[in-house]
Design a protein around this ligand. Structure first.
Ligand SMILES: [Zn+2]
Length: 133
């Protein structure tokens, strides 16, 4: 996957309080690509809305062990979703859902609003993830 520009990575880390959004470590942080691109996929540099800050162990877990949870929480986004900015992100350390904005910010949204956004994007699939979680 293509690394973000230094500017985007700096903005994303600042937005995420300079810590892994799951475990709060400030060491060994990485740009978590929310949306995987396939082999030979886009060479385009990701924008702020396309990444969150995660430690390397969490970044790797989102691809495997924690993938279902990562989808449920918006840390990962299905590859076919056309606009990743429509998928809200759960910030466990803040205890709230946020919508990421193109300028590198984030806006709090209620649990109900976040769930409605998820169901708009994923439909019945999101409800199945909730049941499985
Ligand atoms: Zn972590």
């Amino acid at each position: 996957m293509t690394a973000p520009t230094a500017r985007v990575w700096t903005v994303v880390k600042r937005r995420d309080a300079g810590q892994c959004i799951v475990c709060a470590t400030r060491d060994g942080l990485s740009f978590q690509h929310r949306q995987a691109v396939g082999m030979g996929g886009s060479k385009r540099k990701p924008e702020c809305v396309e990444g969150v800050t995660a430690c390397v162990p969490h970044n790797e877990a989102f691809e495997h062990r924690l993938q279902a949870l990562a989808l449920l929480r918006g840390w990962k986004v299905r590859g076919w979703v056309a606009d990743v900015s429509l998928v809200p992100v759960w910030y466990p350390l803040l205890g709230g859902w946020h919508v990421l904005t193109a300028d590198g910010g984030r806006e709090w949204v209620s649990w109900a609003a976040a769930r409605a956004l998820m169901v708009d994007v994923y439909g019945d699939e999101y409800e199945r993830w909730e049941v499985a979680a």
